[in-house]
Design a protein around this ligand. Structure first.
Ligand SMILES: *Cc1c(COP(=O)(O)O)cnc(C)c1O
Length: 360
């Protein structure tokens, strides 16, 4: 069997060009005589790889000089703890609950202080983003936390919350590099690489310098201090060397395609193909309120779980993989990250039309 169209939410599709390049360099990286996997993280060759990866990410996202880029491990889930451990000086924080990942972050932070859920879309199974223009943000709050693109529910913030001057922390795991962002509006942006950036095992944290200090919760392990990693250029201990190398290749791929403006346009066109069809289909419907629709994760249902299961099975047989929805939403979900080609979405819609004709 050849390569399929992989609609997995993560680990997810990577650009074929990147995989091919990595495969060519697998045994002997640029005449070093070894694979990047076998290379010391203290070698000059590796230093060049991580420096270029950082610089390319800075170029792509226009990251201001007063922000650090950290390549860490532990997944986005470890940031649920690192954020409060490093930032909760008053032991108060405000969280906006727009799905499972925001809820998990909220629960983790609750171990360290008084955490307020200042808005939530739980009342409608997270099918929208709550109004965040005038939230009751606490005076002593150390930060306001959001999950910007909700991977499971398929919603995305279309404007950032009014934090009333408080530092904004954002989990961008599933919308990382999908469109331009104004980094200066955030204190921290973080994400696991395995959704839209690279292989699992790398977590990228973009953090404003003034938030990095030794004044953190007592007992915070050395490895969980932002300062540890910032002071050592993400080389305090062995970083996920091969994963960072792959992320670096994806950054170069994005730059070659024209950067994040070009990627945004491509993503909008791609998502429109599926949303337009969902809006007129008599069998399938999207689950999210239109104005909050994600460009990356698109859940849809037929309303009949047997037909849903039949669809997922037959789609797989047709080379359209990983379309089963998350158990909390049911139905289907197509994750169409940067690396999903337009032809993949076209193939999905063609298959859905055919399935609709046979099953309605
Ligand atoms: C997948 C995901 C996570 C969890 O990521 P891990 O790297 O597995 O810890 C957190 N937040 C969002 C938005 C995600 O999509």
């Amino acid at each position: 069997m050849g390569r399929v169209y992989n609609f997995s939410a993560g680990p997810a599709v990577l650009p074929e060009e990147v995989l091919n390049e990595a495969s060519e360099e697998m045994l002997n990286y640029r005449n070093t005589g070894m694979s990047v996997m076998e290379m010391s993280h203290r070698s000059q060759a590796y230093q060049t790889i991580i420096d270029e990866a950082e610089q390319d990410l800075r170029d792509l996202m226009n990251i201001p000089d007063n922000y650090k880029v950290l390549f860490l491990q532990g997944g986005a889930s470890l940031q649920f703890a690192m954020v409060p451990m490093n930032l909760m000086k008053n032991r108060v924080a405000d969280y906006i609950i727009t799905g499972n990942w925001a809820k998990k972050a909220y629960q983790e932070a609750s171990k360290y202080g008084k955490v307020n859920a200042i808005a939530s879309s739980a009342d409608k199974n997270f099918t929208y983003i709550p109004d965040c223009s005038d939230l009751s943000i606490s005076k002593e709050s150390d930060y306001v936390y959001i999950c910007e693109n909700n991977t499971i529910y398929g919603t995305k913030y279309k404007s950032l919350p009014n934090t009333k001057g408080k530092t904004l922390i954002s989990d961008i795991s599933s919308c990382f590099l999908s469109e331009p962002v104004d980094v200066s509006k955030y204190g921290i942006l973080f994400g696991g690489a395995q959704k839209n950036v690279g292989p699992a095992g790398v977590t990228i944290v973009i953090i404003r310098e003034d938030l990095i200090s030794e004044d953190i919760l007592p007992g915070t392990p050395t490895m969980l201090k932002y300062k540890t990693h910032s002071d050592s250029g993400s080389l305090y201990n062995t970083p996920p060397t091969y994963g960072i190398y792959m992320c670096g290749k994806v950054f170069k791929w994005l730059k070659n395609l024209g950067g994040l403006e070009a990627m945004q346009e491509r993503n909008q066109n791609k998502a429109k193909i599926l949303y337009d069809y969902l809006d007129k289909s008599k069998l399938f419907s999207g689950t999210v309120e239109k104005e909050y629709r994600s460009l990356m994760n698109i859940p849809f249902v037929t309303g009949d779980s047997d037909i849903d299961a039949k669809f997922v099975k037959e789609a797989k047989e047709a080379g359209l993989e990983n379309l089963k929805g998350h158990r909390t939403v049911g139905g289907m979900r197509a994750s169409i990250y940067n690396a999903m080609p337009t032809e993949g979405v076209e193939a999905l819609v063609a298959f859905m039309k055919d399935f609709e004709a046979k099953n309605l």
